[in-house]
Design a protein around this ligand. Structure first.
Ligand SMILES: [Zn+2]
Ligand SMILES: [Zn+2]
Length: 239
């Protein structure tokens, strides 16, 4: 038994060393478990100057962006530690479309290591994929990013807290208004036990926020008091 444990540990160490040995982006020597070299890790676009309500990257510090001043989105707070720009966007594309799980692991480590929000939720609910897309891709990238965060904070992960009630078109090619229409009525809340008081809805990339806003509305409608949105990276504003 002890021999087996010892050899399992050795395999772990060997695997760790292998994963850490090269930077996923430039091939230089990696740094610890992150699988990035120091230079590439420093290049990650942190979303330091952003709107306090929707995390939109801002050129100059200001409490809120113009859109949130005019019409605040339905969530209570946003935690989006990165901007969706090179080189993070490259890792995200490899994770999402290339099934590169090492890239996903690096992204979740970057997320975990960034400054956490003051108020943590009672539960994390990932934005679900429709089963047809899930079947094609094999995994839900939001759920995969949510798992290590939930573990890190010791917060329950309610993977089926939201369900897709119908398939939607890919949002990429749609305008902001089309995106909003596309996701309307696409989700339903699903809490088999008690409805949590405070939930964070989690997605990989926050683009226009149409999907997240729809998830927030659905959760509030079933009685969730406070809903925050968490995403790894925030895309710049689009018209
Ligand atoms: Zn590098
Ligand atoms: Zn804003």
């Amino acid at each position: 038994m002890s021999v087996n444990l010892k050899s399992a540990n050795m395999v772990d160490h060997a695997l760790g060393a292998l994963l850490a040995s090269h930077c996923l982006l430039c091939g230089a020597r990696g740094q610890g478990a992150l699988s990035l070299c120091a230079a590439c890790a420093a290049d990650m676009p942190r979303n330091a100057t952003c709107c306090a309500h929707c995390a939109l990257p801002l050129e100059t510090p200001s409490p809120l962006c113009g859109r949130c001043i005019r019409h605040a989105p339905p969530w209570d707070a946003a935690w989006v530690p990165f901007r969706y720009e090179w080189p993070l966007a490259q890792l995200e594309a490899r994770f999402k479309f290339g099934a590169d799980l090492a890239a996903g692991r690096t992204l979740s480590l970057l997320w975990r290591a960034s400054q956490a929000p003051h108020a943590l939720p009672d539960a994390i609910v990932p934005v679900p994929l429709h089963h047809s897309r899930l079947r094609k891709r094999g995994y839900n990238q939001a759920l995969e990013l949510a798992k290590p965060l939930a573990k890190h904070f010791g917060i329950p992960l309610l993977r089926d807290g939201l369900r897709r009630s119908r398939a939607t078109h890919a949002q990429t090619e749609l305008t902001a208004i089309q995106r909003r229409r596309n996701v309307r009525g696409a989700f339903e809340a699903n809490f088999d036990r008690e409805t949590p008081q405070h939930v964070a809805v989690l997605d990989d990339v926050f683009t226009t926020g149409a999907t997240l806003a729809e998830c927030v509305r659905v959760l509030k409608r079933v009685g969730v008091q406070r809903v925050d949105v968490w995403a790894l990276a925030r895309a710049p504003a689009r018209r």
